[in-house]
Design a binder for this molecule. Structure first.
Ligand SMILES: Nc1ncnc2c1ncn2[C@@H]1O[C@H](COP(=O)(O)OP(=O)(O)OP(=O)(O)O)[C@@H](O)[C@H]1O
Ligand SMILES: [Mg+2]
Length: 306
């Protein structure tokens, strides 16, 4: 995993994505890599883990290790304000309020936050890969992440549609107003730039030498099923999950009582299932610790496995 320049951590809610991505980032930083740990999770907990205030600017967590938290809602707001400002100069004064109303409506449609989040992600990939040896993304629970990662394709298709429409409009305009000479269209150019960015980011995402996908799960039925679905969907998008982290495995010493013996037996069956269902992936097994991983000592303990 540490050979990649970008590593995404995905998985069902609560399985340990944030913990494992932080432990992994920490381990890479201790091996001398300059690492950026990005949280796209609305319930940020990097601050608790590192006892450092992290925000939407890159902050130093430890030697070689930097953190950044992206808030989808905030990104969305900032993005909308930007769009409004840009349009200010293009739209006639008496239409501004109507246009703003339309933009606000668009901002409240489902997927708007994710799309802004995706923009932020693309920017990080394009701007920060040259400054860091490794960028680790701690993502929000499965459903979101999957949609997020398949977005580039959707976005490209969507932008292509828009570009085509703009082209037709521009051709009509140039016939009408400009004696057939091409008209300058700032919106067309903005769309084009956006598209180029997505194409560029996708190159990173699809390059197996550069980008790795790690899935975290616990040895239980539902996380296994969900992981199986997710791995399949990511495979279809040509983003292969190379590593599974099977977290919260009962430790050896848990076998003393009849209760734990039984749990452990059941867990063995699930671990067997994981071996059978995920033949292609490397598997890393992490023990369940006696307490939450909220201290540096615990985090270091876990990072030794990664
Ligand atoms: N191996 C472990 N042993 C003990 N506690 C663990 C272990 N791994 C994670 N935890 C604890 O489980 C809880 C959930 O972990 P974490 O926040 O990393 O999950 P997550 O997948 O990021 O959750 P979310 O989906 O909400 O973002 C935390 O309280 C964490 O300290
Ligand atoms: Mg999390």
């Amino acid at each position: 995993m540490q050979n990649h320049s970008i590593v995404f951590f995905g998985g069902k809610g609560g399985v340990g994505k944030s913990t494992c991505s932080a432990a992994f980032a920490l381990s890479a930083a201790q091996n001398g890599k300059k690492v950026l740990l990005v949280s796209t999770d609305p319930a940020h907990n990097l601050e608790d883990l590192f006892s450092v205030r992290i925000g939407n600017t890159i902050s130093r967590l430890q030697s070689h290790l930097y953190g950044l938290e992206i808030d989808a809602g905030e990104e969305s707001k900032r993005y909308i304000e930007g769009v409004k400002e840009n349009l200010q100069d293009l739209v006639h004064a008496h239409r501004v309020s109507e246009v703003h109303r339309q933009i606000d409506m668009a901002a409240n449609t489902p997927g708007a936050d994710e799309s802004a989040l995706f923009d932020a992600l693309v920017n990080i990939i394009l701007e920060q890969t040259e400054h860091f040896d490794l960028i680790v993304f701690d993502t929000a629970p499965t459903g979101h992440t999957l949609r997020l990662l398949s977005l580039p394709e959707m976005m490209e298709a969507w932008i292509d549609g828009m570009l085509k429409r703009r082209r037709t409009v521009n051709e009509n305009y140039s016939q009408l107003l400009n004696d057939g000479e091409p008209v300058e269209d700032p919106i067309y150019q903005t769309l084009m730039k956006r598209k180029q960015k997505f194409v560029e980011a996708r190159k990173w995402l699809l390059d197996k030498r550069k980008t790795g996908f790690v899935y975290v799960l616990t040895p239980e039925r539902l996380p296994i099923e969900e992981t199986s679905r997710a791995v399949g969907q990511l495979d279809q998008a040509k983003m292969n999950v190379n590593t599974l982290i099977v977290n919260k495995c009962l430790p050896e010493e848990a076998e003393a009582s009849a209760f734990f013996q039984k749990r452990k037996q059941q867990e063995q069956q699930y671990i067997q299932m994981i071996h059978e269902q995920f033949k292609k992936q490397k598997k890393i097994f992490l023990p369940l610790l006696a307490e939450d991983i909220s201290t540096q000592a615990n985090l270091r303990h876990i990072s030794n496995y990664l």
